[in-house]
Design a protein around this ligand. Structure first.
Ligand code: ATP
Ligand code: MG
Length: 571
């Protein structure tokens, strides 16, 4: 993390903040906020904003960051989202301390500000319906035209607005609008709405209100009320900035935060809008918001992502002004890097093939030492149990091996990880299907621990579990949720749903894992040696029926992407 006194600011936002602090703007205060709308669960895009707002505040002495729920649309919001958002922010490692706010706390103040704008002749009650308002607004190339209600007297506006508040009108009958300029080149400045009638109870204010303030009116004022100095938001709000400033200026408000826009996070092979994520959940394309294929923080967590890996990812992508799509491989790289360091190694067989060691005593069981991490001795060792009947992975055997296949094949010797050198001496096939159902092998007792005492060469080491000393497990292999890197690119008449990857989840029900996983706690992460990183599923796994989610494969596709990039840059 970059600290302002030790190095150059790492991005344009930190450059602005550093300069503001240097010149003692805002009396040397730094206040940011993360302002989620509680209408869905947080996704990795929100993590970028959390990391930026909380991160920046923590880097500067005295900086603070508020958590504010932007709860102005009760028809879509729910208290369950409030709770999950709080949980997710904490999980990511950030803390708002006592600075938890709700825009709805300001409803009375906002109402008073609206009345003030009416009194100043800067707002009016419009009685056009939604369709008419749209028609009057004009287009990008044509100016709008004034509503016939635009010149209502201040008294009439005040009276109507009061009656709107009292719930005397139906939804859509009136709106309170600013009086700016219907010919403004920026459409957002063509008398945008400040309040609309909504006869919906609110999760915090109950049925006190029949009108609710619009985002653009609420946001700047909430920022100002909380003493926010830098209001960091995504690029789509750039065209709203003049309105942000207009409201504060017209009301003559002293604390005028500076809105600064940065690029949203987009990631390949997924979608990042709550509307789309809602659709996937509603249609049942995924099992819920916490489906491990979802880009939500709950989904990523269940998948096995660590908070640290997500913070590292956010740090890597940085903050810029230009929209771009980040390669999913970079997110995967971040979690792989973390798990590579910290996840204990264990052995698991995903597609079991029985293997009998013919010269191993029937009832003998041996305890062998296995390292929990190849490069980190502090992680210690564990005992694994070896016996006459084992399982190995089907992929590790070929009856007629292709070139360069050094694993198990008749007549060849391989190493069983931490155990012995074995040689395949026979194959048992199902009489009807011809399928291989069992391998017959012999072992060399002089090679205990996998050593090769006479220095004879063994080209491959494979993993295994003991048949009786292993546990059954369900293993869920995840792939990209979408089959195309940009799911939003669709043929006409279709939507992003058509790009779903039909093979995004593959469930293996016959896997076997080593006995040490008997008491594996949900959420614990492991590397299944030679396979991938896995996490005990937090929803479906139980002591009697273990379920593992594949977090990320071992192979680093990001390294490959980078190689290709550097190669093409070298040209
Ligand atoms: P969505 O479009 O997914 O519904 P939103 O912007 O409506 O997202 P909010 O709850 O209003 O969601 O967002 C809270 C904060 O998170 C806002 O400041 C918003 O700009 C930021 N944010 C949302 N999505 C992203 C993203 N993809 N990248 C960076 N910041 C984001
Ligand atoms: Mg929003």
């Amino acid at each position: 993390m970059t600290y302002p006194d030790s190095s150059q600011p790492s991005d344009f936002i930190r450059a602005i903040i550093s300069e503001d602090l240097r010149t003692n703007k805002n009396d040397g205060r730094l206040v940011t906020r993360f302002p989620p709308e509680p209408n869905g669960y947080l996704h990795i895009g929100h993590a970028k904003s959390i990391f930026l707002n909380f991160g920046v505040a923590s880097e500067y002495k005295g900086g603070i960051c508020n958590l504010r729920f932007d709860d102005t649309n009760p028809s879509k919001e729910d208290v369950k989202y409030v709770e999950s958002i709080k949980e997710d922010v904490r999980w990511l490692g950030f803390d708002w301390n006592d600075r938890l706010f709700y825009a709805s706390d300001y409803f009375d103040t906002l109402y008073d500000y609206a009345v003030e704008l009416i009194k100043k002749g800067k707002a009016y009650v419009d009685s056009l319906n939604a369709e008419e308002i749209r028609a009057y607004r004009g287009t990008l190339t044509e100016p709008g035209k004034n509503s016939p209600w635009r010149d209502r007297s201040v008294e009439e506006n005040l009276k109507l607005f009061e009656r709107m508040r009292a719930g005397e009108f139906d939804e859509g009958a009136h709106v309170l609008r600013t009086k700016i300029d219907m010919a403004a080149p920026n459409i957002n400045m063509r008398d945008p709405a400040l309040y609309r009638i909504l006869k919906v109870p609110h999760h915090r204010t109950g049925d006190k209100w029949h009108i609710y303030p619009m985002y653009d009116f609420t946001h700047c004022l909430s920022d100002s009320i909380e003493g926010v100095t830098h209001s960091l938001c995504t690029l789509e709000f750039q065209d709203h900035r003049p309105l942000y400033d207009w409201v504060l200026d017209e009301l003559g408000i002293q604390n005028h935060p500076q809105q600064i826009e940065f690029a949203r996070l987009n990631i390949s092979y997924t979608v990042m809008s709550k509307r789309m994520l809602h659709k996937l959940v509603d249609r049942g394309d995924v099992s819920g918001w916490n489906d491990p294929r979802m880009p939500t923080l709950q989904g990523l967590r269940r998948r096995g992502y660590t908070a640290k890996s997500i913070r590292n990812f956010c740090n890597r992508i940085g903050v810029a002004k230009r929209d771009a799509v980040v390669d999913m491989a970079l997110l995967e790289h971040s979690v792989r890097e973390d798990l590579n360091q910290h996840a204990p190694r264990v052995m698991a067989v995903l597609h079991p093939l029985r293997l009998i060691i013919e010269n191993y005593p029937e009832n003998q069981v041996e305890e062998l030492d296995a390292a929990n991490h190849p490069n980190d001795e502090t992680m210690g060792t564990r005992k694994i149990l070896f016996s006459r009947v084992l399982y190995v992975d089907q992929d590790d055997f070929r009856e007629t091996p292709p070139k360069k296949f050094y694993r198990l094949t008749p007549g060849h010797e391989v190493r069983l990880r931490y155990a012995y050198l074995i040689t395949c001496v026979g194959v048992v096939k199902d009489e009807q299907t011809g399928q291989i159902i069992e391998l017959r092998c012999t072992y060399d007792p002089a090679t205990r621990g996998g050593s090769s005492p006479d220095g004879r060469k063994v080209k491959a080491t494979i993993h295994w579990v003991s048949a009786t000393h292993s546990l059954p497990a369900e293993v869920r292999l995840y792939d990209h949720l979408f089959a195309t890197s940009n799911p939003n690119a669709v043929e006409s008449g279709k939507d992003f749903i058509s790009n779903l990857n039909p093979a995004s989840l593959k469930t293996l029900r016959d896997a076997r894992v080593e006995l040490s996983l008997k008491d594996a706690v949900p959420g614990t992460r492991y590397q299944f040696e030679r396979h991938a990183y896995f996490c005990v599923d937090q929803v479906d796994s139980s002591d009697d029926a273990l379920v593992f989610n594949r977090t990320v494969a071992l192979r680093d596709t990001w390294a490959k992407v980078q190689q290709i990039q550097t190669k093409s840059e070298d040209k």
